[in-house]
Design a protein around this ligand. Structure first.
Ligand code: RB5
Length: 147
């Protein structure tokens, strides 16, 4: 992805806020625009309240991709995939990141801050943003995702 394109939207709950900050810093240093939908602190909050605005921004085109962080990444991913225009995956390493972009055309990357360290998350996010969707046979599969 060219950093000059639309911003990356970020969101986290209290379990993911510190990793969100790290990822936002990495993105800014690489030249990306970042829209941070919170949370901004350590107070306990509910992850869907942050997943939905990020996903709405991606669905509307206000953001090119979304990044969601919670303790496990799972709650954020479940919330995100309730949106018809979102294909979200939990990323643990760069192989997840490459495959979900190339095969699933994922547009939201989820991380579990209690399970995935900063270096692995940063590398996975770089690969996620650098990998193009392959199309072809995967188009047919994506067309069947909604029941
Ligand atoms: C919050 O304690 C935790 O449930 C949340 O961050 C996430 O792991 C949910 O999937």
């Amino acid at each position: 992805m060219n950093p000059a394109e639309a911003p990356i939207a970020l969101g986290a709950d209290h379990g993911g806020e510190a990793l969100k900050q790290q990822l936002a810093g990495m993105l800014k240093a690489a030249g990306y625009q970042v829209t941070d939908f919170g949370t901004h602190g350590t107070a306990s909050v509910d992850y869907p309240d942050f997943a939905h605005p990020v996903c709405a921004a991606v669905e509307s085109g206000a953001a090119r991709f979304g990044v969601l962080v919670c303790g496990s990444g799972i709650g954020m991913c479940i919330s995100a995939n309730r949106h018809a225009g979102i294909r979200a995956a939990v990323l643990h390493h760069s192989t997840d990141a490459r495959l979900t972009r190339a095969h699933n055309n994922a547009n939201v990357a989820c991380f579990g801050a209690r399970l995935t360290g900063v270096e692995l998350a940063e590398e996975a996010l770089k690969v996620f943003l650098a990998t193009e969707y392959e199309g072809g046979r995967h188009d047919r599969r994506l067309s069947k995702l909604s029941p």
